[in-house]
Design a protein around this ligand. Structure first.
Ligand SMILES: Cc1cc2nc3c(=O)[nH]c(=O)nc-3n(C[C@H](O)[C@H](O)[C@H](O)COP(=O)(O)OP(=O)(O)OC[C@H]3O[C@@H](n4cnc5c(N)ncnc54)[C@H](O)[C@@H]3O)c2cc1C
Length: 261
C-alpha cells in the first residue's frame, strides 16, 4: 500500500512577536518548522505502515529549496521517500494554485491509496489545500479526522465536530485531513537522522509535473493579497471596584451597554 503525506514548512508562529513600538511583526530569528498538523498526519501514516507490512510512506511539499530540511526531518521520523515541488513559477500561489501544483505532483507520483494532509497550516491558516487537492484528483475527502481504524481495505474515521464527532466510512483511495487530537507525533530516531541525510530528495519543477507556468503560482491565483497589517493591540482591561454585588451589577450594566446581554 502507498501513502502520501502533504507537508508544509511554516514559520513557528509561537515565536513571532509584535514590535511594541513599530507595531510590526518581528520575524527575525523565527525558526521554520514542520507544520504541527502535518506532523500528526505523518504520524497517522507511519502508524498504518507499522501495522501493515509492505506499506510505503512518501512526503511531498511545495516550497523553496530550504524546505528540504523539513523533508529530511520527515525521513528521520520514518518516511521512506521525499518529494519537493520547487520552481520560481510556483511562487506567490494562493490555495487554488497551491493545490493545483500539489495535485499535479501527486499525479506524477502515481497511484496512491491514502493521501494525508494537516487540517490547517499555522501560517496561511485557510484549511483549504487538503480538500482542494482531493477535488482536483477526483477523490473523496474526510476532514478534521481525530481517530482512524483501518482494516486494509476500508477506513472508519471519527470526524471532529464542534460539539462531538461523526463516524465516517471511506474506501481507499481517499484524502484525509487530520487534527492534532489524532495522535502524538513520534520523535526522529538517531539512526534514521543519519539515514535521512543519505537519502535523495526528488525535486520536480513545473515541466516535471507537466504544468504550464500559466497554471501555477501567482499566474494561476484567483486571489491576491492586497494588503497585510498587524492587528491593533487590544485595549486596556478595566478592573471593577466595590463589593461583589456592586461589581456584578456594574458588569451586567456594561455587558448590556455593549449588547452582549
Ligand atoms: C489570497 C492569498 C494570497 C497568497 N499569496 C501568497 C503569496 O503571494 N506568496 C506566498 O508565499 N504565499 C501566499 N499565500 C499563502 C499560500 O497561498 C498558502 O501558504 C498556501 O496556499 C497554503 O495555504 P495555507 O497555508 O492556508 O494551508 P492550509 O490549507 O491551511 O493547509 C492545509 C494542509 O495542506 C497541506 N499544504 C498546505 N500547503 C502546502 C504546501 N505548500 N506543500 C505541501 N502541503 C501543503 C498541509 O498538509 C497543510 O496542513 C497566499 C494566500 C492567500 C489566501
Amino acid at each position: 500500500m502507498k501513502i502520501l503525506v502533504c507537508v508544509k514548512q511554516v514559520p513557528d508562529t509561537n515565536e513571532v512577536k509584535i514590535d511594541p513600538v513599530k507595531g510590526t511583526l518581528i520575524r527575525e530569528g523565527v525558526p521554520s518548522i514542520l507544520n504541527p498538523d502535518d506532523a500528526n498526519a505523518l504520524e497517522a501514516a507511519l502508524t498504518i505502515k507499522d501495522e501493515n507490512p509492505g506499506t510505503t510512506v512518501a512526503v511531498m511539499t511545495m516550497g523553496p529549496p530550504q524546505a528540504s530540511v523539513m523533508l529530511r526531518e520527515c525521513l528521520a521520523m520514518g518516511a521512506d521517500e521525499a518529494y519537493l515541488l520547487s520552481d520560481r513559477a510556483f511562487g506567490g500561489a494562493d490555495t487554488c494554485a497551491t493545490s493545483t501544483t500539489i495535485a499535479a505532483g501527486i499525479k506524477k507520483f502515481g497511484p496512491v491509496d491514502i493521501i494525508f494532509a494537516g487540517r490547517q497550516a499555522i501560517d496561511g491558516d485557510t484549511a483549504q489545500v487538503g480538500p482542494q487537492v482531493a477535488e482536483r484528483l477526483g477523490l473523496p475527502v474526510v476532514t478534521y479526522v481525530q481517530d482512524i481504524k483501518f482494516d486494509g481495505n476500508k477506513l472508519v474515521v471519527q470526524r471532529q465536530l464542534e460539539n462531538g464527532y461523526e463516524v465516517v466510512e471511506a474506501q481507499v483511495p481517499c484524502l484525509l485531513t487530520v487534527v492534532k487530537e489524532l495522535n502524538e507525533p513520534r520523535y526522529m530516531s538517531i539512526y534514521r537522522i543519519v539515514d535521512a541525510y543519505k537519502k535523495e530528495i526528488t525535486v520536480w519543477n513545473h515541466e516535471d509535473i507537466s504544468l504550464d507556468p500559466k497554471e501555477c503560482g501567482l499566474n494561476a491565483s484567483p486571489t491576491q493579497v492586497f494588503r497585510s497589517f498587524t492587528p491593533p493591540p487590544k485595549g486596556k482591561g478595566e478592573m471593577l471596584k466595590g463589593s461583589v454585588n456592586e461589581m456584578a451589577s456594574s458588569l451586567i450594566f456594561k455587558l448590556k451597554e455593549k449588547h452582549v446581554l
